[in-house]
Structure formats: structure tokens, C-alpha cells
Design a protein around this ligand. Structure first.
Ligand SMILES: NC(=O)c1ccc[n+]([C@@H]2O[C@H](COP(=O)([O-])OP(=O)(O)OC[C@H]3O[C@@H](n4cnc5c(N)ncnc54)[C@H](OP(=O)(O)O)[C@@H]3O)[C@@H](O)[C@H]2O)c1
Length: 262
């Protein structure tokens, strides 16, 4: 690069205000790595989760601003989001329960999954959209899953992430002409604390955790989020699907139902 090219590059540093991002579910896994990655781009990042000790460590490491909050606390979420000019909202907080069978799900499993993975995402969007539309800029990034797009023996979790998928497609349509972007991130198996929360029985949990493959990392997913968020504003990255090379979805199964009494 010639010296004059360097001078041009320095002079073209954007004069826009520093962009502000909020990441929910920031205390571990994908959310924590997304905070690391977004702060590295120079954004002011607000990190939301319930575990204060984890958030404090993240704030120490990245300079993010920590907010100890349960995303199901709708009033608390609105009190946090509505007054600040959010440019990027990463709706990442989520969990899986009754991963193998809806038949085994408790009432609480259903309530907890839907209130966290779906209702809180809708409420967070409600809190920021008015301001984004007014400022004619903003970006909603929703954490979906391959389980929301393809059949998987996880009816409850799939229902919640399927809802996130349709929320994302329909919100993008509703927001046409506003300048506000909507991206859905759909990972397959990611190495994280997901199964610590999903499965209570230690033996079953250990079995589920041991996929036997090279899983994708939280950093891989965070990189995908950064790609979508830092794309030129003329580009809306609609959906990113990413899965381990050693994992695949789809296909059909043949299972006979005869044999017991037929
Ligand atoms: N791991 C996978 O294979 C995979 C695949 C596809 C999609 N995903 C999705 O990716 C997202 C992140 O999961 P992960 O894999 O990174 O798992 P993780 O390490 O367990 O992270 C989940 C995060 O969500 C937060 N969270 C859960 N309930 C919350 C609540 N009520 N209020 C505030 N924060 C809450 C947790 O923080 P606190 O407990 O501190 O509140 C934690 O920071 C989830 O939406 C998950 O469904 C994961």
C-alpha cells in the first residue's frame, strides 16, 4: 500500500457515533463470545444475563457493560432497553429442556422454554423497534437453531426455535422500508454449557454432551454474527446456517409400529 493510500484510509475513519449493541444470554457460550467479538469491533456492548459473577469477569475482560437481569422480567427488560439507543440487539438468551421427548416434559419445562426462547425475544424487539425505526437504523439478530428449520427429535425446543424463525422472516417483512435489518442465526451443534441446563440426570447429560464429533465453537457462531452486523447497511444478511462438518440434518426413517399387538 502506498503512503498516500494510508493517508486516505486514516481520513476516511467514520465520524458516526459509536454503535451500541445489546447481547442477551451473555454470561456463557455463544453470548459471551459475541460480546468479546462485538467489543473488538469498537462497539459499546451491553451484556445481559442472570449470573453476575460471569458478567463481571466478562466486563473486566472486554469493557462491556453488565446488566444482571432475567430476560423473562419483561418490565426490567423494557426499563433497560427502551431508554438507550440500541443499534444492534442480539437475542441470544435461550435454553433447551425435554430435549428427547415432549412426553417427558414438565409444565415448567414448557413454560420456561417458551417464556425465554420466544416471549422474551418478542418483548425485547418491542422495546427497541420504535427507536430503531425513528432513527432509521438498527439490527435485530435472533438466535435460532437448525432445530427450528429441520425436523429433530426435540419437539419443545424445535417449536421455540421454529417460532424464532418465523418471527425473523415476518419481522423483516414488517420492517421493509425502515432501514432496520433482521438476521437469524441458525447453528447446529455448538460446544457450550447448553446441555448442563438442558438435562438434569448426570448420566443422560454426559451421554448427550459426548457427541463424538468436532463441534463448532461459540467463537465460530460469534464470527457469523459479526459478519452480519458489520456488513454494509445496504446488505441484510437474512439467515446464516452453520453446523459441524461432522453433523447433518434431514433424511427419513423407517420404523415399524407392528409387533406389540398387530
Ligand atoms: N449449543 C448449541 O448446540 C446451540 C445450537 C443452536 C442454538 N443454540 C442457541 O444459542 C443460544 C445460546 O446458547 P449456548 O449454546 O451458548 O448455551 P449456554 O452456554 O447455556 O448459554 C445460554 C445463555 O443464556 C442465558 N440465559 C438463559 N436463560 C436466561 C434468562 N431467563 N435470562 C437471561 N439470560 C438467560 C444464560 O445466562 P444465565 O444463566 O447467566 O442467565 C447463558 O448466558 C440459545 O438461544 C440456544 O438455544 C445453541
Amino acid at each position: 500500500m502506498s503512503p498516500s493510500a494510508i493517508e486516505v484510509a486514516v481520513l476516511s475513519v467514520p465520524t458516526e457515533p459509536r454503535r451500541l449493541a445489546v447481547v442477551t444470554g451473555a454470561s456463557s457460550g455463544i453470548g459471551a463470545q459475541t460480546v468479546v467479538a462485538l467489543t473488538a469491533t469498537g462497539m459499546e456492548v451491553h451484556a445481559v444475563a442472570r449470573r453476575a459473577d460471569r458478567l463481571d469477569a466478562l466486563a473486566e475482560a472486554t469493557g462491556c457493560i453488565a446488566h444482571v437481569l432475567d430476560v423473562r422480567d419483561t418490565a426490567g427488560l423494557d426499563a433497560l432497553l427502551a431508554p438507550i439507543a440500541v443499534d444492534v440487539l442480539v437475542n441470544n438468551a435461550g435454553l433447551g429442556r425435554a430435549m428427547g421427548s415432549l412426553t417427558d416434559a414438565t409444565y415448567d419445562d414448557v413454560e420456561r422454554t417458551i417464556s425465554t426462547n420466544v416471549a422474551a425475544v418478542l418483548h425485547a424487539c418491542r422495546s427497541v423497534l420504535g427507536g430503531m425505526i425513528e432513527r432509521r437504523r438498527g439490527h435485530i439478530v435472533n438466535m435460532g437453531s437448525m432445530a427450528g428449520l429441520y425436523p429433530l427429535s426435540a419437539a419443545l425446543y424445535g417449536a421455540s426455535k421454529g417460532a424464532v424463525h418465523r418471527l425473523s422472516t415476518n419481522l423483516r417483512l414488517e420492517l421493509r422500508g425502515t432501514g432496520v435489518r433482521v438476521t437469524e442465526i441458525c447453528p447446529g451443534r455448538v460446544s457450550s454449557e447448553f446441555y448442563d441446563v438442558a438435562i438434569d440426570d448426570p448420566a443422560d447429560r454426559a451421554m448427550a454432551q459426548d457427541s463424538g464429533i468436532e463441534e463448532i465453537t461459540a467463537t465460530d457462531v460469534a464470527d457469523a454474527i459479526v459478519y452480519a452486523v458489520t456488513a454494509p447497511t445496504r446488505v441484510n444478511v437474512n439467515r446464516i446456517e452453520l453446523q459441524p462438518t461432522e453433523q447433518t440434518y434431514g433424511g427419513s426413517q423407517f420404523v415399524a409400529t407392528r409387533g406389540v399387538d398387530g
